[in-house]
Every structure is written in structure tokens, then in C-alpha cells.
Design a protein around this ligand. Structure first.
Ligand code: NAP
Length: 637
């Protein structure tokens, strides 16, 4: 029952519908009604943010779709707005194609049908046989971390009835969002897909949620699924040691009561890959007399109002922080070593119109179709801009579409800054997306901040720090009251700083010593049985984070199911399968812009000649790789 809809007037319904995405309405209303007229709508292709988008050809076509949607809602209201079916399953493929204005290929069907979240528990374990009660009760899993990945893993293990323990180093849930509270912190993936499929109806007041909204979502997950009481907070796992005899992991953690050890049959690491701050080593840092902190440790009582603040580091974090800091600080001095490419988005900072939120609540399955529209488009189209075209020769770009992105970004710099010296200072030397580009609001962003009287840019480096300020590379002195280090994370040190010792006493550090972190399907390592890493090596990109966590978790659960049902002791990838997958990762990464010799970022590790973070696969490929374990690739003992 939707009481809000029952009260709505025709005019309110018509108004709300004018805000909806007509292609979403086309697919959704087709699914609900089967109206053949919606199939015949002529389409045109437009370019939105350099991505091709299909829309109805004429205003009259848009009006027709809106009228049909409004008629549907009015008759649904008049019929009592009760429980409603999502329409026939066999119609769904056609309806999804109509929403995208294209034929979604066979190989994407599995992923797409899950991502629309009509079954919110489609990524939970369905036991293939009844587990032995005693065996199940004696099995245990430890989850490390209660951020996005760990919370989902806990919910899924509980649904499967598998006993587990969950520990978290912080004193609250949320992981990266718990840590990163600096002014301006905000997601750069659409919020619609920065949430779990079981939470498709969770309100999305922003297209890109700010810190507080994201943190509220994770608090909601913990409360809604009753997880808070079972999480051991302020407890940090320092070591995992595999015990061959018992086929268990010995876990060593440090918490409020000191050191604690216990054993688990399996471990799911959900520690994130941007969780350990990287502090620079600048001579004299310790001499600074004022307060200083890394952005991931932003104090709740940070007194920056009216103060002279230095920000060292200009990645996503620095560029998000400076425009907000400029509103409150007396003066902000930005120390930029490397500029980053900016991707301007209209209304990146803005709220979703109230009418869309109304549709989310009152138009059945609007949230589902909106989620899929955001997920599939961002995955498929963005990927094309990362490919190196070997025949495209250009001093700055790796393909025609990569160059178009660069041209657009430079046009934005010129339009915003005017001043050629400043434009030059803000123009990166590396190709677009060879390092993480920064999504910014078209109307107010770092470039607007740089033009303010209370913001200055230093590009000669922070050479030395003393009691009262920073001496730049050009010898200039910048006295400040506060220093903020926006210097990023130890992104390539996976599972750092835990000591993980697998079979035969081999540590994960030794295993990865030669050419950096690697995993089979981004989550499993031979010699480290019954261990899964969420968002492990080579998982960055290709798929939204929540979806990746969900897929790796259900993959782990299906492996655990095998252990339980077969009364087996351990499962790990075979060496051959591990290397086969990794050869493919490395080979495909060589065709991506982050392998360009001009790249400069954590995405590419020159030391090893390969990327340990980046995923070269599409969402469809990732889904097909990971959705169910291929037991031929795994050694079960
Ligand atoms: P980052 O991208 O690694 O940037 C770190 C910055 O610190 C760079 O400008 C780097 O300069 C500078 N730096 C590092 N060591 C330095 C030193 N010793 N002296 C001077 N400068 C130094 O870190 P981040 O900005 O925190 O972002 C990390 C990742 O977090 C991003 O790639 C993104 O995945 C994620 N993130 C996302 C969002 C979002 O969703 N909107 C927001 C923030 C972060 P060089 O480039 O010259 O090394």
C-alpha cells in the first residue's frame, strides 16, 4: 500500500512524471503493462559527457511515454495502490532493452538481471543440498572489517546460517566513510549503485552522496540487519596464520582487552584497499608547532575556521577538500606536485529533485530500473575510454575518445581559469584516466576555489617544514597554522599491515615479493587456503564497488558451501589457474591507458612493470568470471 500515492492528485502525478528519465519510464511501463506502442518509439543518439546515450527521437515521443506512465500511475492509485507484481519474467529482457534503446547481449543477461534487483537476495547463498547440522555448527568464518564489503558478507553468512565473527578496527561501521570525514568528501560513483541490491529502495537524496549520507547508509545497514551487537569494534587483526593440521586460520587481534587469538575455518578480508593512509616524509615535519593531520584522520573538532591552512596533495581528496575548506579557512595554500584531470558534471554537488524521490517511493520498481540504468551505462561506456588504440599517435592521449575527453577537460580549464599560466599549472602531463580523474561540479570546484583571494597554489613542492610553516621548492615561505596531508593511501600494499602466513610458513609478503600483489579472480591466492580478499588485487574499475563486493562474497560462500557439504578441509586456486588468470589480467592491462608510459599514479607500479590495482575487464566479464566458482580451477582437499 502506498498512502502517499493514494493522496496524490492527477496534477502531482503529472508533475512528478515530467522529472523522470523517459527511457527508464519506457522500459518500466513496458514491463508493467506490455504496451506494444512503447516498443515502437523512434530513438536518437545523443552524447552525454562523451558517452553515447539513446533517447526518444522527438518531444512528442517523450510526451507519449510520460502520458502512458502518468496514466498507469493514476489507474494504479485508483485501484488502491496495493501490492503489485513486477510483470512477467519473460518480458523483462525486452523491457530492459527498451530502457537502454539497444539489445543487451546474451553474455550480459545474468549480470543485468541481478543488478536490477527485482530479487534483492539473488546474491545470497542457496544451499544446493541440506548441510549436516553438526558440520555447519562447527564451521566458522572470520570477517575482517565492517565497511561496505564486511557488512554485506556478514548479512550473507547469517542468511546462509554459517557461524561467523566480525571484527572492525574503528569504533563504528562504514570503513572508508567512517575514516574520511574531511569537508567535501563525497562519492564519485552514482549513489544509486553505491548501495547493495538488497537496499534498492534506500532513499537516494543525492546523485552522488556526500560523506554524511554514505555513513548514514552504512549505519542503516548495520541497524536494519541487526549487526552492531555482533561486531567486535576497536579490534584490529594483526596476524593470520594457517595451521595445516587443523586446517584453520589462527587469528591474532588487538582490542580493548589486549591481544586475543582464535581459530576460524575461513577468513573473508574486507579491509578495503584505500584504508591505510600514506604520510609523506618531508624534512622537518615533526618540527611543525601547529596541528597537522592526514585527511583520513580529520578531527571532529578541527579548528580551521579563519586559520591559515596548508593542503599537501591534490588527488581526488585534495581537490574535493580545497573548495569546501576555502569557505571556512582564513587562507588555504595548496601544495600541488601533480595536477589531475577534472571531469565536470552538472549538479555533481546537487540534490535529486523531490519529484524523483517521490517516484522512487510511489512508482513501483522505479528504483530498480534507475539502478540498472546507472550501473550498466557507467560500466559499459566508460570502459571504452580506457583502451589504448595502437594506431592513434598523439603526444598526450591514447585514442580518439581519450583525446576528446582531454580536449573537453582543457576547455573546462580555459573557461574556468582564463589565465594561461594557471591553465598550464592545472594541465596534467599524463593521459586522461591513466590516473584517477576527479569528478567535479561544473559550477563550483577546485578551479573556482583557486580564483578566490584566500586560496593560493604552490607548484614547486613542499621542500621543508619548520615550526611555523612550509618552505617551497622555489624557496618561498608559507607560514600556516594547520597542515593537512591529502597524500593518499598505501593503495598497492594489499592486506597491509597484517602478517599473513599460509601453507609451509610462506607469508603473503614473500608470495607477492617478485612482482606485486596478485590474486585469482581478485580474491584467492594458492598457498593461502580458505581465504578471500574483497576488493583484492586487480579489482579496481570495471564494476561498481558494491557489486564487486557482492560477487566476491557469493563466490566465497559457494566455496564455503562446498567445504561444508563435502566435509572438505581446504580450498584454494590451483597454480595453473592462478597464473592463467593473472597472465590475462596483465596482458589486458597492457592495452589500458594506465599502462601508458606517461601514466603516474598508484594505478601503475613501475617497480613491477605491471598494475596491481587495476582491473581490465568489463562488468559482464567480471560477472561471468566470478558468479559461480569453477571447481576445476580450485583444489579442494
Ligand atoms: P591520491 O590520488 O593517491 O593522491 C595523493 C596526492 O598526494 C597526490 O597529489 C600526490 O602527488 C600527493 N603526494 C603524495 N606523496 C606526497 C609527498 N611526499 N609530497 C607531496 N605530495 C605528495 O590520494 P587521494 O586523493 O586520497 O585519492 C586516493 C583514491 O581514493 C582515489 O584514487 C580514489 O580512488 C579514492 N577517492 C575517491 C573519492 C571519490 O569517490 N570522490 C574521493 C577521494 C578519494 P603525486 O601525484 O605527485 O604523487
Amino acid at each position: 500500500m502506498r498512502p502517499e500515492l493514494l493522496r496524490a492528485t492527477d496534477a502531482e502525478i503529472d508533475d512528478a512524471i515530467t522529472y523522470a528519465d523517459p527511457m527508464v519510464l519506457r522500459g518500466l511501463i513496458h514491463q508493467l503493462t506490455g504496451d506494444p506502442e512503447l516498443e515502437a518509439v523512434p530513438l536518437k543518439t545523443t552524447t552525454v559527457w562523451l558517452m553515447e546515450s539513446t533517447t526518444p527521437a522527438t518531444d512528442a515521443d517523450v510526451a507519449m511515454i510520460r502520458r502512458k506512465a502518468a496514466d498507469f500511475l493514476k489507474s494504479y492509485r485508483d485501484g488502491g495502490a496495493g501490492k503489485i507484481d513486477p510483470g512477467p519474467a519473460e518480458r523483462l529482457r525486452k523491457s530492459i532493452d527498451l530502457m537502454f534503446g539497444e539489445t543487451i547481449p546474451d553474455e550480459s543477461q545474468g549480470w543485468v538481471k541481478e543488478e536490477i534487483a527485482l530479487d534483492p537476495w539473488v546474491r545470497s547463498l542457496k544451499w544446493s543440498a541440506e548441510p549436516d547440522t553438526e558440520r555447519l555448527a562447527s564451521f566458522s568464518v572470520t570477517i575482517i572489517g565492517a565497511g561496505m564489503g564486511g557488512l554485506n558478507a556478514a548479512i550473507m553468512l547469517r542468511r546462509a546460517g554459517i557461524p561467523f565473527t566480525i571484527v572492525e578496527k574503528n569504533d563504528g561501521v562504514g570503513g572508508t566513510w567512517y575514516d574520511n570525514r574531511y569537508p567535501g568528501a563525497r562519492v564519485d560513483s552514482p549513489s544509486r549503485v553505491y548501495s547493495h541490491i538488497f537496499a534498492v529502495d534506500y532513499p537516494c537524496p543525492y546523485n552522488y552522496g556526500p560523506h554524511a549520507v554514505n555513513q548514514a547508509y552504512f549505519d542503516w545497514v548495520a541497524d536494519e540487519y541487526d549487526l552492531r551487537d555482533i561486531i567486535a569494534f576497536n579490534t584490529e587483526v594483526r596476524a593470520l596464520t594457517w595451521d595445516e593440521e587443523s586446517s584453520t586460520w589462527q587469528i591474532e587481534a588487538h582490542g580493548p582487552d589486549g591481544k586475543r587469538t582464535w581459530r576460524s575455518n575461513a577468513v573473508i578480508s574486507a579491509v578495503g584497499f584505500l584504508s591505510r593512509p600514506n604520510l609523506p616524509e618531508i624534512p622537518g615535519m615533526s618540527e611543525f608547532a601547529g596541528p597537522s593531520w592526514h585527511t583520513a584522520y580529520w578531527p571532529n573538532d578541527a579548528a580551521v575556521g579563519g586559520k591559515r591552512v596548508a593542503v599537501i596533495g591534490t588527488g581526488c581528496t585534495g581537490y574535493q577538500l580545497v573548495p569546501e575548506l576555502a569557505k571556512i579557512a582564513g587562507h588555504v595554500t595548496v601544495f600541488q606536485r601533480t595536477p589531475q584531470w577534472l571531469m565536470p558534471l552538472p549538479n555533481y554537488l546537487g540534490k535529486v529533485p523531490e519529484q524523483i524521490l517521490w517516484l522512487d517511493r510511489n512508482l513501483p520498481f522505479h528504483t530498480n530500473f534507475m539502478r540498472l540504468r546507472n550501473q550498466y551505462r557507467s560500466g559499459a561506456d566508460l570502459g571504452k575510454m580506457f583502451d589504448i588504440d595502437p594506431d592513434f599517435v598523439d603526444p598526450h592521449s591514447c585514442s580518439a575518445s581519450n583525446k576528446a575527453l582531454r580536449d573537453r577537460s582543457i576547455a573546462f580549464l580555459n573557461a574556468k581559469l582564463g589565465d594561461p599560466d594557471l591553465v598550464a599549472a592545472m594541465t596534467p602531463a599524463h593521459p586522461v584516466w591513466s590516473a584517477r580523474a576527479v569528478i567535479v561540479d561544473e559550477d563550483y570546484c577546485i578551479l573556482d576555489a583557486l580564483k578566490l583571494d584566500n586560496v593560493s597554489l604552490v607548484t614547486s613542492g613542499a621542500e621543508r617544514i619548520d615550526a611555523t610553516g612550509i618552505i617551497a621548492g622555489d624557496g618561498s615561505r608559507h607560514d600556516v597554522d594547520v597542515i593537512v596531508y591529502a597524500t593518499g593511501f598505501k593503495a598497492n600494499d594489499f592486506l597491509h599491515p597484517m602478517t599473513i602466513t599460509g601453507r609451509n610458513g610462506q607469508t603473503i609478503g614473500q608470495f607477492w615479493e617478485k612482482d606485486g600483489a596478485r590474486a585469482y579472480l581478485g580474491c584467492m591466492m594458492p598457498g593461502f587456503p580458505n581465504l578471500w580478499a574483497l576488493y583484492g588485487p586487480n579489482t579496481n574499475g570495471g564494476l561498481q564497488v558494491a557489486a564487486y563486493h557482492e560477487l566476491t562474497t557469493i563466490y566465497a560462500l559457494e566455496c564455503i558451501e562446498k567445504l561444508i557439504l563435502d566435509h572438505a578441509r581446504s580450498i584454494e586456486p590451483m597454480e595453473e589457474a592462478f597464473w592463467r588468470y593473472n597472465r590475462l589480467v596483465d596482458e589486458r592491462n597492457l592495452g589500458k591507458v594506465w599502462s601508458d608510459p606517461r601514466a603516474h599514479n598508484y594505478c601503475w607500479v613501475a617497480k613491477h612493470g605491471r598494475s596491481v590495482s587495476q582491473n581490465p575487464f568489463s562488468g559482464t566479464e567480471i560477472w561471468n568470471f566470478t558468479r559461480h566458482p569453477d571447481f576445476a580451477d580450485l583444489e579442494v582437499r
